[in-house]
Design a protein around this ligand. Structure first.
Ligand code: HDD
Length: 710
């Protein structure tokens, strides 16, 4: 096989490996698990017509036993998740920094499997809850599996892994009544927060828009912990990993997220599944921040402290490659549910740091898989198998798949020529970075971990005014749900250390006193890179709701639909009833959604077509008005053409945005509302509407009369 073929082979290697295990059961006869053909699976074997079921009915017993054992323990955290396959390609050889095999050749596509997740909710909880999102990637490299077990927030709640059970216990539903599901809005969590002020920075991120992403395709991933890159010469550098989505970082608003949790609890997984099925493959660039070993102490934070991020303005993110997710899983349980990630699965070229959170993670992941996947052979489950060969003297255990031949299962040995033999560095044997360590055994945290507030202030300073308003509202919801009044007061006092104004605003909404002493850390710097205002803006892959009824203007709808589809935007036609809707001109279009099975919350934007009869029916319809008002309140782009502008005039939109609407065929665009009247040429309109879509949300509406969206 030549080199080109070998590369091609690598890209497909994981898929080929999985193919060995796939069964589609088409055109087959029903059998037991022993391969015995079954004649009837709808009636158990009975003694007589109305008699009892017989013990000897092996088919019944097997079917029932298997069913009784179908469930495995859900993950203790990150229970709800969704996976997809894809590949990763590096942009340039990274040999200067890391010898990792998958970071060397830009023409090589390394297979990956990604699992996105929420953290606190159970497996059946809703996708759109306020929570951190997991973003775990398994790279099936030639040198073995590398797992980048990341979150969509660059820092963590705690500094030392020994506190992980505490923070998770406090965050999970309270143990006496198992309430609330998938939410931090309860007493035990905030009790933990005020008693562990190192959480301050993470809370700022958790209560920001980052914790309610619009889509898995539109969120960043962060390795959080500090790792090391090590090159062929053994030189190491500290490194932090980032995933940057090419569609930018975008969020829902809270009201929308809550409503979606009811209307479509699968909103995020459906979005990912649909996008991949439609060939809109999510893409993320892999970025790295690197710090030279000799610069370890040059920062005003400890670079090993996982409650701190490295501002991009100080340590730039270098984009080194791109991941594309291009294939949906075949079976949720076999792939997503059985995937076993581990922050300690590294390959030569990637090493650990002494970050105390990372050190603890290195223990926890294997331990949890032993319980969840019931034994030490979970690496043999198809989704977890490396494509690199596995050879060692580990044997037996539950569900062992490989048939290890021969008498020898120890090392060193003479009987098998000491095989499998340890590999040298040159042969890509993993050599741990020879960091010099010395010290006394102490149970203590270094003073360099003492600052709990300065980066929380930096985060607050970096937010736009809309983002700040959302954070304050989130505090009102989360802390407002706490029953203990003293706790609420302590939250205000704790966050007064971050920013006085913030604390005063929190206090206002939760019925406690404003802080009595001046607040803040004195930090005035900001990091523009972390504000979502400064993210990539793109209308591609967005979803538009088009409202029509009988008598709509066919010309309006077809022009808009053509322009949207040309820009890679999807549209659903929504009407009172599903089925064919007849235009004023006589042509028909099919409504593929109705108000019964859709809602404004499922779309990024709303367009209402002209046509007097259609608009008159919409005017009579409360659902249509709700659609418009929700779109407006959630700051989404709204477009209306010709008579449909009258419909907007009768809703919340009119009060604020349509004062200057034009009647002479000129496009009027304000606050994300795009209208045009008295024209059949919608070229300029569609362009403006698509621009409004790319902006994602139009927060300026919030400032119009103090009315907040979400
Ligand atoms: Fe963790 C799962 C990410 C801290 C212990 N973690 C888990 C998953 C992600 C993360 C994405 C889901 C993997 C999947 O999809 O199957 N965890 C993080 C990040 C952390 C972090 C970015 C902060 C740097 N985790 C952390 C600590 C500990 C754990 C400090 C314990 C010491 N995490 C676990 C676990 C889980 C897990 C208990 C539950 C299920 C699993 O591992 O497979 O071992």
């Amino acid at each position: 096989m030549d080199k080109e073929q070998q590369k091609q082979n690598l890209e497909n290697k994981k898929d080929q490996q999985l193919e060995n295990f796939r069964i589609d059961h088409k055109n087959t006869k029903l059998t037991t698990n022993q391969g015995v053909r079954v004649t009837d699976t709808d009636d158990s074997l009975k003694a007589g017509d109305r008699g009892p079921t017989l013990m000897e009915d092996f088919h019944f017993r097997e079917k029932m036993t298997h069913f009784d054992h179908e469930r495995i323990p859900e993950r203790v955290v990150h229970a709800r998740g969704f996976g997809a396959h894809g590949y990763f390609q590096v942009y340039e050889p990274m040999a200067e920094y890391s010898k990792a095999a998958f970071l060397q050749d830009p023409s090589v596509k390394t297979p990956v499997f990604v699992r996105f997740s929420t953290v606190v909710g159970s497996r059946g909880s809703a996708d759109t809850v306020r929570d951190v999102r997991g973003f775990a990637t398994k790279f099936y490299t030639e040198d073995g599996n590398y797992d980048l077990v990341a979150n969509n927030i660059p820092i963590f709640f705690i500094q030392d892994a020994i506190k992980f059970p505490d923070v998770v216990h406090a965050l999970k539903p309270e143990p006496h009544n198992e309430i609330p599901q998938a939410s931090a809005a309860h007493d035990t969590f905030w009790d933990f927060v005020v008693n562990n002020t190192e959480t301050a920075h993470m809370i700022m991120w958790l209560l920001s828009d980052r914790a309610i992403p619009r889509s898995f395709r539109m969120m960043e991933g962060f390795g959080v912990n500090t790792f090391r890159f090590v090159n062929e010469q053994g030189k190491a550098r500290f490194v932090k990993f980032h995933w940057k989505p090419l569609l930018g970082v975008h969020s829902l608003v809270w009201d929308e997220a809550q409503k979606l949790a009811g209307k479509d609890p699968d909103f995020h997984r459906r979005d990912l599944w649909d996008a991949i099925n439609m060939g809109e493959y999510p893409e993320y660039e892999l970025g790295v921040q690197m710090i030279e070993e000799e610069d370890e102490f040059k920062f005003d934070f400890d670079i090993l402290d996982p409650t701190k991020f490295w501002p991009e303005e100080i340590v730039p993110v270098i984009k080194i490659g791109k991941m594309t997710l291009n294939r949906n899983q075949d079976n949720f349980f076999a792939e997503t549910e059985q995937a076993a990630f581990h922050a300690g699965h590294v390959v030569p070229g990637i090493d650990f740091s002494n970050d105390p959170l990372l050190q603890g993670r290195l223990f926890s992941y294997t331990d949890t898989q032993l319980l969840r996947l019931n034994g030490p052979n979970f690496h043999e489950i198809p989704i977890n198998r490396p494509i690199a060969p596995v050879n060692n003297n580990q044997r037996d255990g539950f569900h062992r798949m490989s048939i290890d031949k021969g008498a020898v299962s120890y090392s060193p040995n003479s009987l098998r020529n000491n095989s499998p033999q340890p590999a040298s560095d040159i042969e890509h044997g993993y050599t741990h970075y020879a960091e010099k360590v010395e010290g006394q055994k102490i149970r203590k945290r270094n003073v360099s971990f003492d600052d709990h507030y300065r980066q929380a202030t930096l985060f607050w300073n970096s937010m736009s005014s809309a983002e700040k308003q959302h954070i304050i509202k989130a505090f009102h919801f989360e802390v407002g749900s706490v029953k203990d009044k003293q706790l609420k007061q302590r939250v205000v006092e704790m966050f007064n250390n971050v920013d006085g104004q913030l604390a005063a605003e929190i206090a206002k909404g939760i019925g406690v006193n404003p802080p009595q002493i001046p607040g803040g850390t004195g930090v005035t710097a900001s990091s523009p890179a972390i504000s979502q205002e400064n993210t990539i803006k793109s209308a591609r892959t967005r979803k538009v709701a088009i409202l029509i009824e009988n008598g709509f203007t066919f010309n309006d709808v077809t022009q808009v639909m053509t322009a949207l589809s040309g820009a890679g935007i999807h549209a659903d036609i929504i009407s009172m009833n599903l089925g064919m809707i007849t235009s004023a001109e006589g042509q028909q279009l099919e409504a593929n959604k109705s108000y019964a099975n859709s809602g404004s919350i499922m779309y990024d934007a709303l367009y209402i077509a002209g046509g007097k009869q259609s608009v008159d029916s919409l005017l009579m319809h409360k659902d249509a008005k709700d659609f418009i008002n929700d779109s407006f309140v959630h700051a989404k782009p709204i477009g209306a053409t010709n008579e449909a502008v009258d419909l907007l005039m009768s809703s919340d939109v009119q009060r604020i945005a349509l004062a200057g609407v034009d009647t002479q065929g000129q496009v009027f665009y304000d606050l994300g509302i795009v209208t045009v009247r008295n024209t059949s040429d919608l070229t300029a309109f569609t362009q403006e509407f698509i621009n409004a879509l790319a902006e994602h949300r139009h927060w300026m509406r919030q400032n119009q009369d103090g009315k907040m969206s979400g």
